[in-house]
Write a protein of this length. Structure first.
Length: 94
């Protein structure tokens, strides 16, 4: 997933999610959230193309996703930056 800050708001794009696990886990539970995006734990992942905005002043999330036919391809392991109130998404895997 990509994360950037612009105009005092946090933006998140893409990422992946998998609720299936493979390999030997040390307990009956899946690893904590940061490991869920680690490729060695991933099996049958879903890759997202959605964009979300978090406004800390109002403590609210807003879904800014475009329709699928005009949204960038979903990706993981991407870079994201903000400059002059614009968001830039680059690289990653689709």
């Amino acid at each position: 997933m990509g994360i950037a800050i612009a105009d005092s708001k946090l933006y998140i794009f893409g990422g992946e999610y998998s609720n299936t696990w493979q390999g030997n886990l040390p307990c009956c539970c899946p690893p904590p959230l940061p490991l869920r995006l680690t490729p060695s734990w991933r099996a049958g992942a879903v890759i997202y193309s959605d964009l979300h905005e978090y406004d800390p002043a109002s403590r609210t999330w807003t879904d800014l996703s475009l329709p699928l036919d005009s949204a960038p391809a979903g990706r993981r392991h991407l870079g994201m930056a903000a400059s002059d109130s614009k968001l830039y998404i680059f690289g990653g895997r689709t």
